[in-house]
Design a protein around this ligand. Structure first.
Ligand code: 9MR
Length: 391
């Protein structure tokens, strides 16, 4: 009997060899379970932002077959990157347009994926549709704004019913530099707190099945603005609890940033303690946590691709390990899957002008070390009770 023949190269050797050559392999993800499956074993729902199908095939949309293949491998939940924002759905004060959002909702339903609603109201005026920015609310602005917001929530919630299981009811209400509620034509008319409360109460009434989330980009990096942003969000959450405002979870956007060239371990060491104290306070008030928009801004990470991808992966895993140590975190969404379509490309460019690499797949849809880091963080997460089904 002949001895079994050892394979010339194991799968691990192939992957290590490719990594040494700086090559991402499609094979490193293809043979492995999708991220949604890895996450589900731990009671976590994993997914991504997606765009609608109308802008042509080279987009981060389900209508792009190469992108759809990634979505269908890795995602159990989708969120529209832009299509449920007022900019998309509210072409005029009395007009609604849901064509783009409907396309995404239909795709998610057909593929048995869940759907998050981003967002019922995005507070900073720079993101309002033009007509709203300097809208004349007449002689009784408080009543007019109230009617407008309630109509909006009612219309969206009625249209999507139990198809949307979780809403970012309010997005980015806090001014990071001051920690106060932003002052806008809409918040002014009603008062900031009253306006936010109105949105959450309306969402609870119109979508009683849904998880209601306050979503913001306060981040674990330690800059002055990050401190005041965090303090402002905590104060806001305390106010919600005091006034019995129906808010279920804090959406932690998680656009994490490598903005220093220090070693990753040093940055993590500086951030971890204060970030945990923040999360401890949030969950102590009874809020769940949701990672709503994860990606990594690699602006100051090394230019060399292998070194950069390694730093991004290490930074992400350190962050996610902390996040998943909280059983109150049961959803993680990335803000896109491929660097080819990332919003980071047009934002805060690198000094060397190299393309950013902050998402799990590169511009040619090949899995990167960041995908493996996410998979490891998910696989290492303590098992938790999954979110109750919608409806
Ligand atoms: O990624 C989104 C980009 O395509 C849009 O142009 C932009 C304005 O609508 O919004 C980006 O998404 C943001 C999200 O809605 C809220 N948190 C920050 C995200 C990145 O800017």
């Amino acid at each position: 009997m002949s001895a079994p023949i050892a394979p010339l190269l194991s799968r691990r050797d192939v992957i290590a060899g490719c990594a040494a050559l700086g090559l991402a392999t499609a094979a490193d993800a293809a043979g492995e379970p999708g991220l949604a499956e890895v996450a589900a074993r731990r009671g976590i729902l994993f997914g991504s932002a997606v765009a609608w199908g109308g802008q042509g095939s080279d987009t981060g949309s389900f209508a792009n077959p190469r992108y759809a293949a990634l979505l269908e491998r890795d995602c159990a939940v989708l969120v529209p990157e832009n299509e449920l924002k007022w900019q998309a759905t509210r072409p005029g004060p009395r007009l609604f347009d849901f064509a783009r959002m409907d396309a995404i909702a239909d795709y998610a339903t057909d593929r048995h994926m869940r759907l998050r609603g981003h967002t019922l109201f995005w507070v900073p005026p720079q993101w309002y549709p033009d007509w709203l920015r300097d809208h004349d609310f007449g002689s009784r602005p408080a009543q007019a704004v109230e009617a407008m917001l309630v109509e909006h929530v009612r219309t969206v919630c009625a249209r999507y019913g139990s198809r949307i299981f979780s809403y970012d009811v309010v997005n980015e209400a806090i001014q990071p530099e001051t920690g106060a509620i932003r002052d806008t034509v809409v918040t002014k008319a009603l008062g900031g707190e009253a306006m936010l409360d109105l949105l959450f109460h309306s969402a609870r009434a119109e979508a009683p099945h849904a998880q209601l989330v306050y979503n913001d980009y306060m981040s674990w990096e330690r800059g002055t603005e990050d401190e005041s942003h965090i303090r402002g969000v905590l104060k806001l959450l305390e106010g919600f609890r005091k006034r019995n405002t129906p808010v279920d979870a804090l959406g932690v956007q998680s656009h994490i940033r490598l903005l220093k060239s220090d070693p990753v371990a040093a940055i993590v060491k500086e951030s971890a303690g204060p970030w945990r104290r923040f999360l401890d306070e949030v969950v102590a008030m009874g809020f769940d946590l949701v990672i709503t928009e994860f990606d990594v801004n690699d602006r100051k990470a090394p230019a060399d691709i292998a070194a950069r991808d390694g730093a991004v992966a290490d930074y992400a895993q350190a962050y996610l390990d902390i996040m998943f140590s909280y059983p109150q975190l049961r959803e993680m969404l990335v803000w896109g899957l491929s660097d080819r379509y990332s919003w980071l490309e047009g934002f805060d460019p690198r000094a060397d002008k190299l393309p950013k690499r902050g998402l799990p797949y590169d511009r040619e849809f090949r899995a990167k070390p960041l995908r493996s880091a996410i998979a490891r963080a998910l696989a290492g997460a303590p098992r938790r009770e999954p979110l109750r089904p919608a409806g």
